[in-house]
Ligand binder design. Sequence first.
Ligand SMILES: [Zn+2]
Length: 431
Amino acid sequence: MDVEDYFVGVMRKIFILLALVSLQLQAQDLPHFKKVVKELSSAKYQGRGYARGGANKAGKYLEKEFRKAGVDEVTLQPFTIDINTFPGDMEMWADGRKLKAGVDFSMREYSPGVKGEFPVYHVDTLNFDPDKLLADLALPENKGCLVCCDFWFTYKYRKLFSKLQKAGECPNAGLLLTWAAPIKFFKAYGEKVVDKPIVWVTPEAIEGVKSVKLNVDSEFLKDYELFNVIAKVEGQRHDSCYVFTAHYDHLGNLGRKVYYPGANDNASGTAAIVTLAAHYAKNRPEFDMYFVAFSGEDANLRGSTFFAEHPVVPLSQIKYLFNIDMIGDDNPVQYCEVSDAGMPEYPKFEKVNAEHHLFQALNRGDLAANSDHYPFAVRGVPCIFLENGEGSAFPHYHTPADNIKTVRWNSYEPVFRLVTGFIDSHIKLEE
Ligand SMILES: [Zn+2]
């Protein structure tokens, strides 16, 4: 082969490679995915919570992003929630040592704010006697104390410890619940506020501590308006549809300085459905496609429950619903849950996965009320929940470290190909 032929050969190879790469980009679009994850987890949206309007700001951004993706229609579906928030002061000292919000301590989502200095009563879990605890708390030296106990231990004695949250039941001022680092923050039961403050704290931060000072503000938002963002791509047929869902809200703020970026939970799933919308807007599908970004998920599946109760398309017309939550990770095995109505077609996911060498395996767990597929699953909709599960991003779940630095990009493409491959085989197998 002379130099010229060699050159032409190399050029041809480069050309084919470029053509293949551009084909790939038209399907799953990793740069677009990354861009949306980065935007949603940025400080601008303050962890997509409520007190600072971060969730609704993110919803407005998504409305624009879906339009840019070329969908036919975007509608906002408003609903309201009652929710407890922590937008102001968030300070804690243990025997005079200042602790770090979000790292050493966080608040139970239904805790009221609290200001003051308190003695600490450490529960002896090794020689535990409920009567002795109540007798001790009645002693004058323990009046107005914070009762400190391992969270899972209090869980075993739920009835007793729920008394310690109620005014007029016991003379304690509140509770300190220990939880091994990294300390988490939740929102799921924040639709109410109990009488006494409850603080999560790491065992290291509170061990042997005699006195705790707290300066914590809370704000209870009543009938706070949120909205789901619903994008639609018209197919050639309108008698049934596919639905992609992901929640875009997260935990918001823990005080003025700390917010929860939620890059994996669930900027990742939200970004995935934006790129799926762009894909189907370019490649007209046979059936109508809906892309629903839910709000209020971390506040107990509120957006998806509202949608399931007020569907924009009859639930019986949904051929399959794909709920994508936390795929910003690198587990080579993909976790999923499938509704009863979705089980007859579950083998197709396994077939697509094996044929295209996407994940090492799919690991199907029991259906649980852990994400937005659940309100649909209990209403008989065929659906699958896709969460990448325990990869290297997972330990940061519900901590401020679930951010753009710890999120992983590995699972996006195989998840994209799994759901689009399922739809392709779905249509083929029906013919
Ligand atoms: Zn989530």
